[in-house]
Design a protein around this ligand. Structure first.
Ligand code: ATP
Length: 451
């Protein structure tokens, strides 16, 4: 049945690598009804106005843009508007699996890791088609992926959920603070889903991943001819989010120049595309998030106070996972069940010593780190019980002896930072990633400890 579906399917492959397009076309042509390849994603709007495809294979990395894959996420969002009935499969490099998972949350049907296995690719395509038929409705319908649940029964999480219920419908701008992986993205989506704008777009922009010169064109768009590569008009994220919610992630990473541009757009409630002189009014609700201490950045003149006031009409702070008590167990069991289902295994029982290890660990990467730890453990576990040995943490584990003094803690932190930075030969981005903190936070600590 799945094979028959595939035979009738029309497939669009979008990748700026001509070799990939050629090999995809060769592989797919005998298996499907029609294959169309496209090297330039900018041409998608025109193409999709004329033709519909059952499946779209979308590469996540484009060489022309900064290689963060966000170009891929951007096009995924566009595809959900341009081709809401198509199932979109992402093609990604192994290192970008997190991004692909984000893509799944944003409505992609599945993802494939390069280099792909041909049989696996065909199976994924067939499965995406049958899922699409089974639901009998567009897979990527509208711009509203169902928000993920915000789990947790700790007092902090219960209060947070009540606050979200209260503030979501108010249209006030919300600033979400919290360490990496504490659930800021989940909260932003929940606010949108519970707001009056829920049927309108939710558009996320990762400001931490945008270089200074891309910032304006990404946020405000451009008109044809604004710069060499601007071959046609393109809307920016502000306009794409019109009447909906604009989620500014990692807002603490904005340069001062970027802050001024953002503030002007928010104050005037309008944007001017690069190369144009005509401002366009836009009505967006802004939800922003950062793991930096914005207030500290304000004190040291690295973040504009007036911009903070624009963003933080309501301020939410997500507690680190290590302060959420029994939520660690609750979330661990949730992820165990989730990944056991995903990988077709029976749900393993969490052994007492494994739980103790989880409760003792600091989780610098918070819920995301717990999630990855559980996924890895499910994949690797070979018995019905998950033992302490099955847990592999992605950063250095520190079991703190009782009664440890603050100075000792600082020494310990210094030692860990030194170790991880050395391990990555001074590569701050990689070291910060392993430590589960932002680059800025790592720089601050390097300064603090004189490293
Ligand atoms: N309370 C929660 N319940 C269930 N899943 C959660 C919860 N909090 C976070 N997660 C999951 O943990 C992962 C990380 O969450 P999220 O991306 O929202 O964190 P974040 O604070 O935005 O991270 P970053 O600062 O790195 O952007 C996601 O997969 C999310 O679904």
């Amino acid at each position: 049945m799945a094979v028959q579906l595939l035979k009738k399917a029309s497939v669009l492959v979008v990748d700026d690598d001509a070799d990939v397009l050629t090999s995809m076309a060769m592989l797919l042509r005998p298996e499907v009804r029609l294959v169309h390849t496209e090297k330039n994603p900018e041409r998608l709007p025109a193409l999709l106005r004329q033709e519909t495809f059952d499946l779209i294979l979308l590469d996540m990395n484009y060489h022309r843009a900064v290689n963060t894959g966000n170009e891929g996420l951007y096009w995924l969002q566009q595809l959900r508007k341009l081709a809401p009935t198509s199932a979109v499969l992402l093609i990604t490099a192994y290192a970008d699996i997190d991004l692909a998972i984000r893509g799944l949350k944003d409505g992609a049907a599945d993802f494939l890791v390069k280099p792909w296995r041909n049989d696996k690719l065909l199976t994924s395509l067939a499965e995406a088609l049958s899922r699409r038929q089974a639901t009998d409705k567009p897979i990527n319908q509208s711009t509203k992926p169902t928000p993920l649940p915000l789990l947790g029964e700790s007092t902090a999480m219960q209060t947070l959920r009540r606050t979200i219920e209260k503030i979501a419908p108010t249209d006030a701008n919300v600033l979400i603070l919290g360490e990496n992986g504490t659930g800021k993205d989940v909260v932003a989506r929940l606010i949108h889903a519970q707001s009056m704008r829920a049927s309108q777009p939710f558009v996320a922009v990762d400001l931490g991943a945008l270089s200074e010169n891309l910032l304006e064109s990404e946020l405000f768009g451009y008109v044809k001819g604004a710069f060499t590569d601007a071959r046609q008009d393109r809307v920016g994220r502000f306009e794409a989010a019109a009447d909906g919610t604009l989620f500014l992630d990692e807002v603490g990473n904005l340069s001062l120049a970027g802050q001024t541009k953002l503030l002007t757009a928010l104050q005037q409630r309008q944007v001017t595309r690069l190369g144009s002189h005509t401002p366009v009014p836009v009505d967006v609700r802004v939800v922003s998030a950062t793991n930096a201490s914005l207030h500290q950045l304000v004190q040291t003149d690295r973040f504009r106070k007036d911009l903070v006031y624009r963003l933080n009409t309501i301020e939410l702070t997500l507690p680190p996972l290590r302060e959420r008590g029994d939520d660690i167990r609750l979330l661990a069991e949730h992820f165990l069940a989730q990944y056991a289902t995903k990988y077709g295994k029976p749900v393993p029982r969490l052994e007492g010593r494994a739980l103790a290890r989880l409760l003792n660990y600091r989780f610098p990467g918070n819920v995301r780190e717990l999630q990855h730890t559980m996924e890895r453990a499910v994949i690797l576990s070979e018995s019905s019980a998950l033992t302490a040995e099955d847990l592999v943490f992605s950063s250095v584990e520190t079991t703190l002896p009782a009664g440890l003094e603050t100075t000792q803690l600082a020494e310990l932190e210094k030692g860990i930072i030194q170790k991880v930075v050395d391990k990555h030969h001074g590569n701050i981005t990689k070291a910060a990633k392993e430590l589960g903190i932002t680059r800025m936070a790592l720089y601050r600590r390097l300064g603090k400890y004189d490293l």
